[in-house]
Design a binder for this molecule. Structure first.
Ligand SMILES: Cc1cc2nc3c(=O)[nH]c(=O)nc-3n(C[C@H](O)[C@H](O)[C@H](O)COP(=O)(O)OP(=O)(O)OC[C@H]3O[C@@H](n4cnc5c(N)ncnc54)[C@H](O)[C@@H]3O)c2cc1C
Length: 379
């Protein structure tokens, strides 16, 4: 049986970043991805520039969309809007994650795609993990640490904490991709945010361009399709824009997390990172930065545990304490508690400027902070 120090399940952002930093630290690490890469992943894939510090590399131009995001368009429920200059990263997850996989391998991590982890057993020394390559027999490997980086519907988490999941809801986020003759009145370098409960009650509904396709999408805890259809009608009408839907993607798996802000970092030498740890936030609408951050911290914890009297889990939990506290605070501020557009308008009038300033200055200060000290935004 093959032996590793660490086996990581999932070759998304969390899995690839953890593999890269573990390999850099001289750890014998294997990461497996059930999809054949480059694999698609439902995601708007927009991030603050500081994300590059978290992954530890500047993203090459050819791994980004051809249209950079340089402006934010913010619209309130009464239709009032403003455009502000703001640079953000814009990429697609197939192209981007494939690059992350490759740079982890360059650093010395072993990677296998098309391989699903379909079970694990705890032993005295660590874990025996079952790996199932597509169309082949299941194999077993031995590892001291097992890292679950298998996303929001983590099968590893379901196995040990089924109580954290509930039966499927129709879905909470949905993106329509449209092929259009022209952009109409839409700006291909802007990220449109529509703060309006008619479209989204999780945060804002969004529109942006990715290469040659326009994306119109939203998040809603009830009838996400109906709300996305209404948004599409609104955008088409307001921006004199038309096009044909060529792709739909959304998050709606067999199970969904009961409380998206319920975090769980692990037990024994089984450690959870990224969405599998519950680190995606409805309040911020983002999760890739927290996935990369948790990946760096788990790698550091494992490396440091080798020369400490503390366990990797203790070190990892300590390093994540502040960020989890902030996430729980954010969960309490979620728009889900706002019931009418009048209430939302009052909320935005009171908080919008404060939120904007905090994000603007937080973003500015992040330029000078080390990756370890970065503040996740919007604050
Ligand atoms: C519609 C939508 C829009 C979003 N937009 C944004 C955004 O604009 N910006 C942002 O920051 N975040 C966004 N997010 C959140 C973001 O996608 C996640 O937070 C991020 O992908 C988490 O990374 P991860 O590595 O933890 O998990 P994932 O990216 O989900 O990776 C998990 C990987 O594990 C693999 N896997 C699963 N099970 C197994 C198994 N048993 N064996 C082997 N491999 C397995 C999966 O195939 C997958 O590749 C969005 C999410 C959704 C759904």
């Amino acid at each position: 049986m093959k032996k590793y120090d660490v086996v990581i399940v999932g070759g998304g952002i969390a899995g690839s970043v953890a593999a890269r930093y573990l390999a850099k630290g001289g750890i014998n690490v294997l990461f497996v991805e059930s999809g054949i890469t480059p694999r698609d992943k439902p995601c708007s894939a927009i991030q603050f520039m500081y994300f590059q510090k978290l992954i530890g590399k500047k993203i090459p131009k050819e791994r980004l969309c051809t249209n950079p995001i340089t402006r934010l368009y913010l619209e309130r429920p009464n239709g009032e809007s403003m455009k502000v200059p703001f640079k953000m990263l814009n990429f697609t997850r197939d192209v981007f994650d494939d690059w992350l996989n490759k740079i982890a391998v360059e650093e010395g991590a072993k990677f296998r795609d098309g391989v699903r982890c379909d079970g694990f057993k705890r032993t005295e020394k660590g874990y025996i993990v079952s790996l199932h390559p597509k169309h082949q027999e299941t194999e077993k490997v031995e590892t001291r640490y097992l890292i679950a980086a298998d996303g929001l519907s983590s099968s590893i988490k379901k196995k040990i904490r089924p109580q954290d999941f509930q039966e499927k809801k129709p879905g909470i986020t949905l993106n329509y991709y449209l092929k259009c003759e022209n952009d109409g009145g839409l700006d291909p370098n802007a990220l449109y945010q529509f703060w309006n409960l008619d479209f989204s009650n999780l945060m804002f509904a969004w529109t942006y361009k990715k290469n040659d396709l326009w994306v119109v999408g939203t998040g809603h805890d009830n009838d996400v399709k109906g709300h996305c259809d209404d948004l599409l009608k609104y955008v088409k009408n307001k921006f004199n824009f038309d096009g044909e839907i060529v792709k739909r993607e959304g998050y709606g798996s067999k199970f969904c997390l009961k409380d998206p802000n319920h975090t769980y970092l692990g037990e024994g030498n089984l450690l959870f990172i990224g969405d599998a740890a519950g680190l995606v936030e409805m309040y911020r609408g983002l999760g890739m930065d927290a996935a990369a951050l948790s990946a760096r911290r788990v790698a550091k914890a494992i490396i440091n545990a080798e020369k400490s009297n503390k366990t990797a889990l203790e070190l990892y939990e300590k390093s994540m304490r502040k960020i989890i506290k902030k996430m729980n605070k954010n969960a309490e501020r979620s728009l889900i508690y706002i019931k009418t557009n009048e209430e939302l308008l009052r909320y935005l009038k009171k908080n919008f400027l404060k939120m904007g300033m905090k994000t603007f200055f937080g973003n500015l200060l992040n330029n000078f902070r080390s990756a370890e000290k970065l503040k996740l935004l919007p604050a």
